[in-house]
Design a binder for this molecule. Sequence first.
Ligand code: 1PR
Length: 540
Amino acid sequence: MPKVYLLDYVAGNVRSLVNAIEKVGYTVQWIKSPEDIEKADSLILPGVGHFGHCMSQFSSAGYLPAIRKHIESGKPFMAICVGLQVLFEGSSEDPSVPGLGIIKGTLDQFDDTSKSVPHIGWNSANTAGKRVYGLRPSSKYYYVHSYKVPYREGELESQGWSVATARYGDEEFVGAVARGNILATQFHPEKSGVAGLRVLKAFLDGTKESADHGQLAVKEGLTRRVIACLDVRTNDQGDLVVTKGDQYDVREKADGGDVRNLGKPVEMARKYYEQGADEITFLNITSFRDCPLADLPMLEILRRTSETVFVPLTIGGGIRDTTDTDGTKVSALEIAKMYFKSGADKVSIGSDAVTAAEEYYRQGKQLFGNTAIEQISGAYGNQAVVVSVDPKRVYISKPTETKHNTIQTKYPGPNGEQSCWYACTVKGGRETRDMDVVELATAVQAMGCGEILLNCIDKDGTNSGFDLELIDQVKNAVSIPVIASSGAGNPGHFEEVFSKTRTDAALGAGMFHRGEYTVKDVKDFLGEKGLMVRQFESSL
Ligand code: 1PR
């Protein structure tokens, strides 16, 4: 198989890139020193994390001259995400560090006053008629970033670049650029399903321009993100199964209490990918009992899933500082690293985030850089850290009864209470803490969390729709994206949450696992209602 060289310089999920490259018929050769670059015919520069960090890593390891030389030699060169960014002159993410300056222009941050930042999800890479490196105007690609190259018509084109654009809110930005031997994408082709594999294949095959497929450009912009979630645990027979509870109780009532077995994690993830799921989330729901390092099956699940599922994978459960069975201390960062290496794109932190937020308030809202959230986001970027919140309603007669952030509810409590607050829980809802969702969400945003997975114990498994009041309260408190979760029972509930709240994504579990609806049913329904969605593409 032909080889492509990959620069192994940062942490991050390079496994998926390797899997994607192999999927389109090539093998990967790692570049471990600047001298190796000379051997490379095709070179790919993957990039995650922080602009300045990325550039200083290159420069301190002595890579910069070799990268420049490769690019100037005219040999194929591809850069992904922060890899694209460093080709420009600089970024407001780190004004003190210059970029490679191969492309004129600088990056700035998305405006977060009117929309969530980071920009996470499936957006276009519209080449306005030209078919560059397999990019199709009808396809959507997976983006995750806070900084972007603003698109100004003609500016890059006048330097000879072909440009693919995307739009987020009212900001138009560069999704990809190509010129001569160079292709750079702001999106992640390895996470963009078949549409992304097509781009990688075109680059590796050297197919710069392709025939017009006669496809009309879809409307530019971010699609409604639909996530399938798999709660995973070991059942009483010792098998790792996908399960699903009612308000977090996963045991069958009918047969005396067996853990509900709804299927095998890897197979189910693949099925949802093929139905068009935009992301897959695995939650190891009993991780608080075991030592995560002994929990190798979750790593294996990620490894196997990432071989065939080319959309972002999130893993949650047990991401915290811990002690291994032999007594060695293992940090949350090291655990996260194991998951990233196995194919995860994001880790989701539950209980540990609540403990960290409690400490944050005890210290007068000061940060010391020692929490799992700060350490993982510092190394892998904010977008890699999700906080999973498990709140429960606490009804009260009037808001003055509590110090917590309350809401007026349309769904009164058991004694007719018109107000409530949402208490955070830990250990899968087993313990309730004296902290509300607004306190938790704002604290974890300050620590560097990039996204909130907002469950709701009252709604979980009820099939009665999402808790719109909860989602509104959290959306109003933070600027990072929020994933609505718990309660989805039919496609209408997805339409409802997307049209009545400002949620950034919506997640379903039980309705998919029980086979009542497919992810495609949800997408079709959203499409019929005029909401933009990405549909699964099956052939390269
Ligand atoms: O605390 O960092 O070890 O993480 C544990 C993780 O496991 C947390 O993310 C927590 O939400 C999750 N978890 C713990 N116990 C349970 C349980 O069900 N007994 N599952 C649990 C939570 C929530 C959703 C679920 C939606 C949608 N599952 O992901 O899939 O509620 O369900 P629906 O659409 O069927 O209503 P840590």
